[in-house]
Design a protein around this ligand. Sequence first.
Ligand code: ITT
Length: 198
Amino acid sequence: MITLYFASSNKHKFLEFRRMLEDLVNLRWLQVEYLEPQSDDLAEVAITSALWLSKYFPEPFFLEDAGLFIKALDGFPGPYSSYIFNSLRNDGILKLMSGIEERKAVFSSIIALYVRNSIITFEGRVAGYIAEEKKRGGWGFDPIFIPEGSNGLAFGELGEDKDRFSHRGRSAGELRKFLMAKGNYLKTMSGSQREKGE
Ligand code: ITT
């Protein structure tokens, strides 16, 4: 089985990717905080970060930039989701949204895969809305994000079923398609093989 690394500081993201890809790849967690450029564009953040990390880490890897875009807040927190979650938490977001009827939001995930000196991106998005109050379970914004089609259940209440609805489930689905079609491509060009000149 191919070994692929997932670069992230976030163990929850690693565990979700691993359960979605474990039949195809041996996914290893590269626990790093990598340089993230300031940008409003998730894809730009993911691609630039992957390019930067590839200078230090030659094996095939991918990373992911995710963000929650709330319509009534003009797309906030978007690319700043990590910083905003750590400072405002879910209670702060619910406070910002109090009295606002328009609760639509989109969760977005961009994967940047580094292999053979190239970067390939895969995108996943899910529309939904912000709950009126915090629900149980999950991590990050899971207790307050309700995806469309879940019968009103928040990500946090869905358990592993979250993968069927989530932005990450969708970007991982695109990555799966690539790995199924091009798995050998990855296998034949790990960094260690390159060093040996194979
Ligand atoms: P990296 O090291 O992989 O960048 P991170 O936690 O900074 O880890 P992101 O920038 O991709 O991850 O995501 C921004 C934040 O959005 C993340 O910290 C969570 O608070 C939130 N988030 C992303 N995906 C989520 C999900 O599936 N469920 C709940 N919250 C999520």
